[in-house]
Design a protein around this ligand. Sequence first.
Ligand SMILES: [Zn+2]
Length: 349
Amino acid sequence: MPSPSLRKFKSAVDAYATKLADESAQIRDLKALEELRHQFLSRKRGAVTLLFEELKTLKPEEKPVAGQMINALKKEVQEKLAALEAKLETPVEVKKEIDLTLPGEERYWGAPHPIRLFQQEIENIFLSMGFSIEEGPEIETDYYNFEALNFPPQHPARDDWDTLYITDKLLLRTHTSPVQIRVMEKKKPPIRIIIPGKVFRHETPDPTHLPMFFQVEGLVVDEGITFANLKGTIEHFIKRLLGEKIKIRFRPSFFPFTEPSAEVDIECLACGAKDPACRICGGSGWKEILGSGMVDPQVFKNVNIDPEKYSGWAFGMGIDRTAMFALGIPDMRYFFENDLRFIRQFYLK
Ligand SMILES: [Zn+2]
């Protein structure tokens, strides 16, 4: 039977062995491994050194047994450390000190594009008047883009729409009007919708033309709809979008899908109709912003709506072009060059 002092010594050695097992299981890097090595093998305060100090207090006949216990522990520690070191081949990562005196990093949240913001303003005005929003495909058939809208094949008015064809019958829509047809095929009057979306034309980019741009169209179909409804609604819309005091005029025009048709001009916001050399209005003092008219009875026949019973009006407006005019931007290409210095100014406003 070992003496009480030797039993006490053994339990101290066992406690270190347990500690070694527990702590070595937590080791994830070489830095921690070095700490463990220090804890057990440091010449001044290491566990092995402390045990040898303790050994001196034992009786001479107990010392050899106790010494074997220490050496066994020491061997276990060395083997454990060597095994861990082999496993942890990656070098110790040196953590960067955080320097609180450096200026902070400025971070921006994502935000809607200025065209999207302008589109939302337009949508909100029409939503408040009881309109709903409709969307449709950007790749269209010739039928929906032209024929159903009263442009028969070979019609000269097709030349005004510089179309990007995919095949003989498929094209990138040149206006959002095909959605009017798609909606009227499915829904019966009353219809009050706007259709915002991307459209495509075969254009070389310049300050006022792009091969892709945004349009919004509106369509109202019901019994007893007149040109007075068209005029009142369009005037209300433009005033809410661009200001109560803006001057508006309706000018006769032609579109294959409306009869009668009118283009709508507003006074030039760039020069206030005062500069004969104005680049925006060409000195006329007026700027065309949208096309409109009463839906042609033939278009109603194409979608099986009785033109004797129902009438309606429609309009179409370029969103980018109007945004450009309203925000005083000289070149439409700025919107899509993705220069954050340009784009952010509208968001941060
Ligand atoms: Zn002008």
